[in-house]
Design a protein around this ligand. Sequence first.
Ligand SMILES: Cc1ncc(COP(=O)(O)O)c(C=O)c1O
Length: 364
Amino acid sequence: MAIPLFDTKTPLEPLKAAIDAAVAEVLEAGRFILGPEVAQFEAEFAAACGSSSAIGVANGTDALELALRGIGVGPGDEVIVPSFTFYATAEAVPPTGAVPVFCDIDPDTGCVTADTVKAVMTSKTKAVVAVDLFGNVAPVPLIEALGVPVVEDAAQAAGATLCGRPAGSLGVASSFSFFPSKNLGAFGDGGAVITSDPAVEDMVRTLRFHGSRDKKTFDYIGRNSRLDEIQAAILRVLLPALPEWTAGRRRAAAHYEAAGIAELATPIRAVDGADPAWHLYVIKHDRADELAVALGEAGVEARGYYRLPVHRQPAMREWGAGIDLPGTDQLSRTNLAIPISPVLEAGQAAEVVEHLRNAINNLD
Ligand SMILES: Cc1ncc(COP(=O)(O)O)c(C=O)c1O
């Protein structure tokens, strides 16, 4: 592809030597599990998120499950989740013993709102998972004002802010994924839970190590879910670059706007007060799939996300059947992600927009 959906390579080029050195140091030290790199990355990432603690875990799915268990979600509880998200958001709920209750999103922002959450709240609601979708930031304070704890699924939103507060610092706890294509991506799987509540931190730390605090007594059925030393060492090299990468993603979005994207399709808009860290740059168009094919033929990678929303997935039948989520249906049908990265240049954005214009003109 002349212009790929993601460019995960170019932003790493200036950091190659530092990454090699960091990995070599871990190999030399010979400590691979829960060593100094994980501890230091946890401190640095917590600070970057404006929170007091980060707990490194194996991936973003575990991070969400352990965050939910960490705040006390368990059997008999309901957890409200959006259906328009990556499947893992809802998949994290049943292993806690709770059940997922699907809510709608605002199709203009991709995120849940206080109204969509309120519509499905019951006396059993224990928590809401607010997803910072596409690097936008869900209106967490408005949802918390309903009187229910919010866990932020910030997997896609490293670097974003809401009213000046970093994504991941907004709820009682949050989860991040360091999957390689994420805004802060490792060289393999990785994740973290963020919280400023010491009791939640203690529980998540315990759960990630088999439910044990001292490695001798096992208090809970936990997990073996740890960020490993090599990934932590790499993430420590990448983290200082995150602000510049975030600025680059915002510049890329501005390039699309300057090139006239809004004349052709409707871009996802920032939630009020949010300064997104566009993980994906998503537009809406009624004939999104046809445009994706035409763009692909022109060398521009484009992809519709979550065409089958989570509540319609076979594994979610038990909790998703018979639910009407019109905003979810609209956005799952019309969304189209077009290329974005911290290094997408004005010329590339103009080229994408030109190909999109041609593709739209050629629709019959
Ligand atoms: C919104 C969302 N939640 C959760 C996850 C799960 O993260 P992981 O793939 O690291 O388990 C992802 C990404 O893959 C995601 O995009």
